[in-house]
Design a binder for this molecule. Sequence first.
Ligand SMILES: NC(=O)c1ccc[n+]([C@@H]2O[C@H](COP(=O)([O-])OP(=O)(O)OC[C@H]3O[C@@H](n4cnc5c(N)ncnc54)[C@H](OP(=O)(O)O)[C@@H]3O)[C@@H](O)[C@H]2O)c1
Length: 251
Amino acid sequence: MKIVVIGGTGLIGSKVVSRLRAAGHEVLAASPASGVNTLTGEGLDEAMAGAHTVLDVSNSPSFEDKAVMEFFQTATGNLLAAEARAGVKHHVALSVVGTDRLPDSGYFRAKVAQEKLIRESKMPYTIVHSTQFFEFLGSIAQSGVQGDEVHLSPAYVQPIASDDVADAVADYTVGSPKNATVEIAGPERVRLSELVQRYLKASNDPRTVVADVHARYFGAELKDDTLVPGPGPRIGALGFEAWFALPKAPR
Ligand SMILES: NC(=O)c1ccc[n+]([C@@H]2O[C@H](COP(=O)([O-])OP(=O)(O)OC[C@H]3O[C@@H](n4cnc5c(N)ncnc54)[C@H](OP(=O)(O)O)[C@@H]3O)[C@@H](O)[C@H]2O)c1
C-alpha cells in the first residue's frame, strides 16, 4: 500500500521509511526538502494521491512557545484536511508519553493541540506515545547546564532507542487504526538525573549532574511519574548500555 511519511527525513522518519520499504510498501518520504510542507500546504495534495496511510513523525524546527504551537496546529490541520480530500484511511502520529501532564511546557501544549485535532477529526487514527529517545539525552543534558554542572529533575524516565521506536511505529503504521493512544517505552525505569550522569560519564564528560526537584524539563516541573508510561506499554529491546555500545550512538 502507499504510505506517506511526513518528516520522512528525520531521525525516526528515515528509520521507519527504510523498514516500510523493506516490507514492500510504496513509501513517500515527505519533507520540505522533497517539496511537501505541512505548514504552508505546499505539495500536500500531490503527496496524498492514492495514499492509504499517513504517518506524521515531523517536528517543529523551533521549540519557542508560539512557533511550536503554530507548527503543530497549522501543520496538523492542513495535513488532516488533505487526507480527507484524498480519502486516506489511517492517520498515525508520534507523540510523547506524559504530554497531557505537562501544561506548563509550550512544547507539550502544542503536542496536546496536535492530538486534539487528530481525535476530533473523522479520520481513523493511531497515536503512538513514546518515552524519550536515548538519542535525545545529549539535548536533555544541554538543557540543564549551569556552569560546570547540569541541573536536572530526579523524576523517573524510561527511555527507548530510536531503532525500537521505528520498529514499533512501522508496525502500528501497517496495522489497523486503534482510534486510541498506545504507549511505547524502553526496558529500564531510572531517575533522569542519574541516567544523564551515566550518559555523561560514558561520554567522558566531566560535568556533574545535580538532582533538583524544581529543575524544569522544557518549561515544566516534573513529578516522579510525569514521564513514565501507564500499565502495559510495548517495551523496546535496547537498554542504555546496549544502546550506548552501538557504533552510531551519538556522544
Ligand atoms: N525526542 C524525543 O525524545 C521524542 C520522544 C517521543 C516523541 N517524540 C516525537 O517524535 C517526533 C519525531 O521526532 P524526530 O526527533 O524524529 O524529529 P526530527 O529528527 O527533528 O525530524 C523532523 C522532521 O520533520 C520534518 N519537517 C519539519 N518541518 C516540516 C514541515 N513544515 N512539513 C513537513 N515536514 C517537516 C523535517 O524535515 P527536514 O529534514 O526537511 O527539515 C524532518 O524530516 C516528534 O513529533 C516528537 O514530538 C520525540
